[in-house]
Design a protein around this ligand. Sequence first.
Ligand code: CIR
Length: 283
Amino acid sequence: MAPAVPPPDMLSPMTSALPTPMTGRTTSRKALVRRPSPRLADGLVTHIDRTPVDPALALRQWEVYVVALRAHGWETVELPALDDCPDGVFVEDTMVVYRNVAVIGRPGAESRRPETATAEEAVTGLGCSLNRIREPGTLDGGDVLKIGDTLYVGRGGRTNGDGIRQLRAALEPLGARVVAVPVSKVLHLKSAVTALPDGTVIGYPPLVDDPAAFPRFLPVPEESGAHVVLLGGGKLLMAASAPRSAELFADLGYEPVPVDISEFEKMEGCVTCLSVRLRELYG
Ligand SMILES: NC(=O)NCCC[C@H](N)C(=O)O
């Protein structure tokens, strides 16, 4: 297992945009994040029981999460704080990014709709092209699992058929393939499954509607073991609450980087939803 995240003072500010000659395209490693609202505990819970959340601990855990991204070469871009949006920290849900195109979502939960405006401003400022999901469509970024040019989209509680149709219309002309899959047992598709760097989809079987929807599926032994953020170089950012899944990944030659996100897990969040990673900006 990879060593713990280094303390903040060991980290120097870093920018990792590497220009690619001729194309103007840059290999970018930027991650959007938003600090947790002091009202985090008022956020939505759908599939789990509400339990007390410690906002001060949540803030410390978020800071460590941000440090972990930076320690592995990601330049973090902090969106404006939204203290009146208890779920605003789950910034992944505001959009889907494919190449340099950001499709701003229309959250399935009405209370989360005010979160998208600041996210849209940020990606516009970073040079992304923009598209938007419009009424009556709904789409949460947490329902979209991107593996190469294939985007699996969960049709479930937060994303509807019209949202999927609009995503397809926006991204398929650019070379993406949008594949709708059912989600009924958890909040978002990426609460059930994410993917290893080789494209193998990982999931905790009791919570996956249809493992056969994916070409390669690897069961993991813990619910939160299904959530990994690919940091690069085989490193997997994941929740400290899934040690047996971390062992499984280490055994497959990957390097788990565990972070404690207990306060976000109580609000049905996972490591993936705390950031939006941008890899292909044009400079
Ligand atoms: N992508 C995600 O899984 N986001 C987690 C959102 C949790 C938040 N409490 C919500 O219900 O919207």
